[in-house]
Design a protein around this ligand. Structure first.
Ligand code: HEM
Length: 406
């Protein structure tokens, strides 16, 4: 007798360098639902979109049977600590709605558009100072988003480096959707969270006595209103903005760079035409998304395409597969900067990426600058991060002389 594969069997096989053959086979094979109703893997655009928009599915891991087992194995103190750290990415309405609303003003397309001069200056400065040979991740893709979100929050320049370290450790926790972390990883994470919270507690105290025109001051003022935001919520929100807005945008810029390296005509087009640059960003999101998958938890037993999942089960939504669904995107493997079909790389429904306008703006500016400056670039050393949820290259080294000096 053969036993049905578990979710860990299925997703444990993900190749971080090239997960696409696996996503394609799941897309071709249709939805996959465990016979015992414990999990489902959905890959089509239509199915993923429907779950993301449905109030019957939760983002709160406390509703997950799998997660409850993880919690049960923890000490009381660790459980309390996790409870304090919960960000609104992992909450349902009404708390989700209340917390998201507090920061959403800072991320509207109009507010974000005001950052254009800053992002352009930072990009130019980073490329002017870059070493030859150029390593795109370390010199541009990594520092650009962390500098922008730090400025928005109001973190002093000299501390950005510490931010990047914490963010990298914490981003790995997203991979826990798939498997438990080892003890050393858990220890590192715990330290990153403690350091992060201590750092922000101090910074918030400074803002309280000396308010500034930044996001942290806005959050502190909301906290001072009492019932709108608790101290734990304030710290979790600051941490969410840092993590959600950092690793993901790094990967978008790096994955976009790879697309530019592969196609000289695309470089010429993007260098000359802002609409093509914006189109390239959408196509990279669709074809090589920084967030490969997300998950939801059914609040009651539910029929999904392909079978039945019980309340507390895991529904994995393969956003990266959905981007290649021929039912949604004609000729899906072709990169077409004029394509207008909607993709799910930034999610859909109530948890739709809050930072989408900022991510798009940063990537558009960074990729335009690279398209204008790269001369016969040749990739000599790509390597990928060992993360199945947040996909992107760790290093992208180009052959010497690839960057035109302005
Ligand atoms: C290319 C870059 C980015 C990608 C691919 C991305 C992707 C996503 C996705 C897929 C989600 C939803 C996850 C789910 O539904 O389970 C999300 C949520 C979120 N993102 Fe982004 N993101 C990016 C950049 C940013 C930036 C720059 C920020 C802010 C600085 C940001 C802040 C957030 C926040 C706060 C949420 C939670 C929204 C909610 O739960 O209501 N993201 N992002």
């Amino acid at each position: 007798m053969t036993t049905a594969p578990s979710m860990d069997d299925m997703l444990g096989a993900v190749d971080v360098v090239d997960p696409y053959p696996l996503w394609q086979s799941l897309l071709d094979g249709g939805p996959l639902v465990a016979p015992d109703g414990s999990f489902a893997l959905l890959s089509s655009h239509e199915h993923c979109d429907a779950v993301l928009r449905s109030p019957g599915f939760s983002s709160d891991r406390r509703n997950s049977t799998r997660w409850q087992a993880v919690l049960a194995a923890m000490s009381e103190a660790d459980r309390a600590r996790l409870e304090r750290q919960r960000s609104f990415l992992f909450l349902d309405p009404p708390d989700h709605t209340r917390l998201r609303r507090l920061v959403s003003k800072a991320f509207t397309p109009r507010t974000v558009e005001r950052l254009v001069p800053l992002v352009e200056d930072l990009t130019t400065g980073m490329l002017d100072r870059a070493e030859d040979p150029l390593e795109v991740v370390g010199e541009l893709a990594y520092p650009l988003p962390v500098t922008v979100i730090s400025r928005m929050l109001g973190v002093p320049e000299q501390d950005h480096v510490r931010f990047a370290g914490w963010s990298e450790v914490l981003a790995k926790s997203l991979d826990d959707t798939l498997s438990a972390a080892d003890a050393e990883e858990v220890r590192l994470r715990r330290r990153a969270v403690d350091d992060f919270r201590a750092y922000f507690t101090e910074l918030c105290a400074q803002r309280r006595t000396n308010p500034q025109d930044d996001l942290l001051t806005a959050l502190v003022e909301a906290e001072d209103d009492g019932d709108r935001l608790s101290t734990d919520e304030l710290l979790s929100t600051a941490m969410l903005l840092l993590i959600a807005g950092h690793e993901t945008t790094v990967n978008l810029i790096a994955n976009g760079t790879l697309a530019l390296l592969r196609d000289e005509q695309l470089r010429t087009q993007v260098a000359a035409d802002p609409a093509s640059a914006a189109g390239l960003v959408e196509e990279v999101l669709r074809l090589d998304p920084p967030v490969q998958m997300t998950m939801r938890i059914p609040l009651a037993d539910v029929e999904v395409p392909g079978g039945r999942v019980h309340a507390g089960g895991t529904v994995v939504l393969l956003l990266a597969a959905a981007g290649r669904d021929p039912a949604q995107h004609a000729d899906p493997l072709r990169l077409d900067v004029s394509r207008t079909t909607a993709h799910l790389a930034l999610s859909a429904g109530p948890h739709y990426c809050l930072g989408a306008p900022l991510a798009r703006l940063e990537a558009r500016i960074a990729l335009t600058a690279l398209a204008r400056r790269l001369v016969d670039p040749e990739l000599v050393e790509p390597s990928y991060r060992p993360n199945r949820v947040l996909r992107g290259p760790e290093r992208l080294v180009l052959a010497a002389g690839a960057l035109r000096r302005n």
